[in-house]
Structure formats: C-alpha cells, structure tokens
Design a protein around this ligand. Structure first.
Ligand code: NDP
Length: 515
C-alpha cells in the first residue's frame, strides 16, 4: 500500500496532518474523515490495556457475554441505516451490497455466536480406551487465549473484518482490531456500538493505522486472525511463527465455476452474473473464472453477456440506484485494467465492458471476456474486480483439471441438473468450499467452516473451529479420592508385576490374526 502512503499528505487538494490517514469515498473521490496512524508504541499501550481488561470479561461467563452480544445484534438492526451509510461512504459499494452482505451477516453472527458459542466451548467429557485411566474423570476444556489481534481487509469492513472480533470476544478474550487503512470507520462505529451495549472498557480496541500498525500488533497478541491478500498473509505467518503464536489466515482466491452441459442455463447465467459482479467483484469468494462444457457454451455466453450489459455502474444513490459500485482500493483499478489488457493482448475478446468509466469516482465497467486461457492473468491471478472470463471446455475432466490449475483454493461452484454428478465434480475441486447449483452461499452458513485450501489460507472461520481457535485446549484428568496409594507399575520395580504388565499389553493389543 505504498502508493496510498505516498498520496496521503495531499489528496484532492486537502493537506493532511502527517500523522493522520485520510479516508476517501471511492464513489466521489471526497475525503470524508481522517483517522490516527498509530505507532508501535501506541499499539503496545493498547495491548497492556487489553490484557488488564480481559480477566473481568472472561469472568462475565457465557451468559454475561452472550447478553452483550445479543444487545449488539439489536443495536446493529436499530442502527442499520447509519452503519450502511458508513460502509457505503468508505467503500463506495451499493446500498444492497452493504445491507445484504454486511448488515445481514452481522445480525446473524452476533446471534449465532451468542447462542452456539457456549456449546462449542463447553467442557467435553471424554471416554478413553486407555486402561491406565479407568475410573478417572477426563475433561477437554477450552479457555480463552487472552488478547487476540484481528487484522482485516477493505472489501467488507463489517463482515470479514470486524466480524471475526465477535467469536473472539464471545470466547472471553479481549481484542485489538486493525482495520484496513482504507476502511477504518465501520470498525470504529461498531466499537462505539458495543460500548453502548455494555462491553467493558478496553475489551475491544480499534488500532487504526497502516501495515506497520498491523505488524506491530502481531508483536503483542496471543493469537492473530488475519484476512487479506496471500502476499501479506505470508508476512503475518512468518511474524507469528517467530513469536510461536497461532495464526488463522483467510487469504485470496480465484474461484472457479464449472457449468456442465446438463445445467439449467438460465440459473447458471444468473448466478455467474450476480456472483461475479456483486460488490463490484471485490469478494474473496466471488466467481472469478468460468468453465463451460462445449454443448452449453454459446447459449451460456450469450445469456451472461446480455445480463451483464444491462447492469448499471456508478455512484450509488440509495436503494435500487445501481447494481455495481466503486472500486474501493485505488491500486486495485490498475490490477483490473492490467488483467483485461493482458487478456486482450493474448487474444481474448471483450464482449461487454472492458474500461474504467470516465468522470468522478473510481468505477470499472462490468466486463465479460471470452477466448481466454491459462496463459492469461485473468484466469490465474486474483482480479478482484467486475470481470468475468469464460472458457470453453470439452468435458468435466478438463474443467476440473483447469479449476485445480491454481495456487488458490478458496471456493468453487458446479452447475448441473444431475445433483449427484454435480456433487461428485465438486468433491474433485481443490477448494475449502464448493456449492452445487449455487455460489458463495456457504459463507452465510455459520455452522459450516469457511477457510481456504492451498495458498488461500490456513484455518477457518465459522463452525466449531471458528471459535475454538481463539482458545487453548486444556486436558484435565481427575482421579477420584478413593484411589490406591500408588499404582502397580510404580517403584520398586518387581519382576512379577513387570511380567504381569507385559502380559496385559499382549492381551490388550497383541491378540488377533496378523496379515
Ligand atoms: P492486504 O493483505 O493488502 O491487507 C490486509 C490487512 O493487512 C490490512 O489491514 C493491511 O493494512 C494489513 N497489513 C498490511 N501489511 C501488513 C503487515 N506487514 N503486517 C500486518 N498487517 C499488514 O489485503 P487487502 O486489504 O488488499 O484485501 C484484499 C485481499 O483480501 C484479497 O486478496 C482478498 O481475496 C482477501 N480476502 C480474503 C477473504 C477470505 O475470507 N479468505 C475475505 C476478504 C478478502 P493496510 O490496509 O492499512 O495496509
């Protein structure tokens, strides 16, 4: 993000305080706020405060913490217009993209973690086949790690940036969140909301700043939850490894969609259009490339092109005004343009779109590319924009081979009227999630893990693992009070008991046929 840093002192004619970060509305180019660029020393102070606040929060217990989370759920609903306005202003996304994918998610997530979190973290009574512990009480217990760092991207400031604070808090940790320097305002607003809902002081703190602030945060926390690019994810993993703290990484993707010849072509075309263009294509699990079996290819391409051509792009003016909003992060525009130019130069055809729009704000026309192949960046690198390259394949095997020809493995989708065949193909795709006759919807299922394979990440959010990762496990073995004074295998060693033990092991583990 060096470009942004260089631009920071003067943007749109406004001279900025050297220590402050300007927040721009990408749909208008206006600077709408400035936030502090926190130094490593300030992050260290926050960490000390967060640690001091954590024991009291843990002592609230599940019920006490759930009460705060459920109040926050209602707070999000009561303040939805203000939150949507803030998200739209700092991202330039449409009203619908903010309402559905951010407010809808946050409402569900506060309730889900409040109600299901305690079950995921409840003590488990374990049964063991180990004879040496017969009669003892065996417990697996989860306890909060302490201070969690959450670092997030700019594409969904609430859902996949702030959203990870919710299970971390519910587990009884204190949290320091470092939002993207591009979109810090939503996190600040949510933190204010949680304070109103009764979250004790310093249990959640927002560390605004650039990459250096994020790097400083890793030096102080007990666990780091990172969402962002694969490139930064590697740096985060290295820093976490040096400190030997756990890191959960949600990284980039290049999600393939496979359309088999027997698919419902109208449904497939609608899903390809929506899930490639929604949020202007700036979703980690958006459809980034499509493989269509030959018999359906022409009809599919014609339908998708027609649907994409009808989309309105530009400055959102409230509900129903445009389908495709702004490109939030300035350098992303250059990547999108580069991927289209590279494809065209190598022989691809642009069926609709292909250019940045003229005038104020940062927008790219919804674009469909055909005659594409894997020599082109648009098929192999994350574009993160409103572009959809479509490739013809001879059969499902070729589609699977090409889908797996990627360093990424975040999401995937397969369309077929034969759901068994669709599922069989989905199982062959190397991705953390796969939808049959749908796309992206797995993210809304908070009971299912959401995480990447290959270079798309390590660990996952949601489901049991999505809250247990904020805890350490403790194994507890309790021996009843009426136990023998010592065990048989203890000192002094005696030939008779040693032989009896050897016989016991042979009896337990040595019986049965050998292959
Ligand atoms: P970046 O990796 O550029 O940044 C992510 C966050 O890391 C930002 O807050 C950034 O701060 C911070 N950061 C930068 N350098 C460091 C560092 N050395 N140490 C610690 N933190 C640092 O990602 P983007 O913000 O550009 O987000 C887009 C990417 O996120 C895409 O690749 C997308 O696929 C991925 N993503 C993945 C998701 C998933 O669930 N798998 C979900 C959403 C997005 P700053 O912005 O201030 O520089």
């Amino acid at each position: 993000m060096a470009t942004v840093e260089q631009e920071a002192p003067e943007r749109n004619g406004i001279i900025q305080d050297a220590g402050a970060i300007p927040v721009e509305n990408p749909a208008t180019g206006e600077i709408i706020a400035t936030v502090p660029d926190l130094s490593p020393e300030q992050v260290a102070e926050m960490a000390a405060k967060g640690r001091a606040a954590q024991p009291e929060w843990e002592a609230y217990g599940f019920d006490g913490r759930a009460r705060v989370m459920l109040r926050a759920q209602k707070w999000v609903m009561d303040n939805a217009p203000k939150i949507v306005e803030t998200i739209c202003a700092e991202t330039g996304k449409t009203f619908e993209d903010a309402e559905l994918a951010e407010i809808g998610y946050a409402g569900a997530a506060f309730g889900f973690w409040a109600k299901d979190g305690p079950g995921y973290l409840a003590d488990e009574r374990i049964k063991s086949s180990q004879v040496l512990v017969k009669g003892k009480k065996l417990i697996l217990r989860y306890r909060p790690l302490g201070l969690i760092g959450v670092i997030g991207p700019w594409n969904y400031p609430l859902t996949n940036s702030f959203g990870d604070c919710i299970p971390a808090l519910m587990a009884g940790n204190s949290v320091i969140m470092k939002p993207s320097e591009i979109t810090p305002l939503t996190s600040l607003l949510l933190a204010e909301g949680l304070r109103e809902c009764g979250l004790p002081e310093n249990v959640l703190q927002i560390a605004t700043g650039r990459g250096a602030t994020g790097a400083a945060l890793i030096e102080h926390v007990d666990m780091i939850m990172f969402t962002g690019s694969t490139k930064t994810g590697r740096k985060v993993a290295e820093a976490a490894a040096k400190r030997l703290i756990p890191a959960s990484l949600e990284l980039g993707g290049k999600d393939p969609m496979i359309v088999l010849a027997d698919a419902d072509v109208e449904r497939a075309a609608n899903f390809a259009t929506y899930y490639s263009m929604q949020n202007a294509g700036q979703t980690c699990i958006s459809i980034e490339r499509v493989y269509v079996e030959e018999p359906l290819y022409d009809e599919f391409v014609a339908k998708v092109s027609e649907k994409v051509r009808e989309l309105r792009v530009g400055k959102p003016e409230g509900p129903g005004s445009v389908e495709v909003g702004a490109i939030t992060f300035p350098p992303q525009m250059e990547i999108i343009k580069d991927h289209v130019a590279d494809a065209v130069q190598k022989g691809a055809r642009v069926l609709t779109g292909g250019n940045q729009t003229a005038g104020a704000g940062r927008f790219f026309e919804p674009t469909v590319l055909v005659d594409v192949d894997h020599t082109m960046k648009c098929m192999t690198e994350e574009t993160f924009g409103p572009t959809l390259p479509i490739m013809k394949v001879s059969d499902a095997d070729e589609a699977v081979r090409l889908a797996n020809d990627s360093v990424y493995g975040l999401g995937a989708s397969v369309f077929s009227r034969d759901t068994e065949r669709g599922e069989a193909v989905a199982r062959r795709v190397q991705a953390g999630a796969a939808n049959v006759n749908d796309a992206m919807i797995n993210y809304t299922v908070l009971e299912l893990p959401m995480g990447g394979a290959k270079s798309s990440g390590l660990g996952s959010r949601h489901g049991a693992g999505g809250i247990r990762k904020y805890c350490s496990q403790q194994a507890i073995v309790v021996t009843p009070k009426l136990a023998m004074k010592k065990e048989l295998f203890m000192y002094p060693y005696k030939s008779r008991t040693s032989k009896a033990l050897a016989g016991l092991f042979r009896f337990l583990y040595g019986r049965g046929q050998r292959d």
